[in-house]
Design a protein around this ligand. Structure first.
Ligand SMILES: [Zn+2]
Length: 191
């Protein structure tokens, strides 16, 4: 796991997408989830050290971004096309495929029910959690339903107008395609 700014963590070393999470003042917001069930369980243990998961944002309809949602008790947000694709997935076939990823997987997949997005958008949506704002934007890439996520410290909590006016893009991590676009717009890298 890599810490790419004060509050943004990304895992780049697992099978599937590069998933991450943002530590807000009111809990954790995950961006995508691990595909392999045993990775999802380990990720859950890792995140629990930081706080409870409030929301999961999925950036793609492909299973390597959402399969692990099921291991977290949190509502999922995504483009409505992501929800449609998940609901149309041939689940027995998908579970069988994921079950072949390793010896620990089949047991973890017993009774598997996908945690499909409960909250969806078409063009854009903002989510406010604690001192962060997440702006999801439909940004078609290798599927029409990709989303980029802009992560901003909430302006309501900015200490002063001076700080607000000095907000600059200090850390912009673009991982479009296999991952999410996290642009932490922050004074002194505090996003
Ligand atoms: Zn994909």
């Amino acid at each position: 796991m890599e810490q790419i700014s004060k509050h943004v963590f990304v895992e780049t070393d697992r099978r599937g997408c590069d998933h991450g999470f943002v530590l807000t003042s009111d809990g954790v917001v995950m961006i995508d989830s691990p595909q392999k069930p045993s990775d999802a369980v380990r990720w859950r243990t890792e995140i629990e050290r930081y706080g409870s998961v409030r929301y999961i944002i999925n950036t793609e309809p492909h299973g390597d971004h959402w399969a692990g949602n099921a291991f977290f008790d949190a509502p999922v947000i995504a483009h409505e096309g992501v929800r449609t694709r998940i609901l149309e997935t041939d689940l027995p076939q998908y579970v069988e495929r994921v079950g072949q990823m390793g010896p620990e997987e089949p047991k973890l997949l017993e009774g598997y029910v996908p945690n499909a997005p409960a909250l969806t958008f078409r063009d854009s949506m903002s989510l406010h959690v604690g001192n962060h704002t997440f702006r999801m934007m439909n940004m078609p890439g290798h599927t029409p339903f990709q989303a980029a996520v802009l992560i901003e410290p909430s302006r309501l909590h900015s200490p002063s107008a001076k700080v607000r006016s000095s907000v600059a893009l200090r850390s912009a991590t673009a991982m479009v395609g296999n991952s999410f676009l996290a642009m932490a717009a922050a004074p002194s890298g505090s996003a």
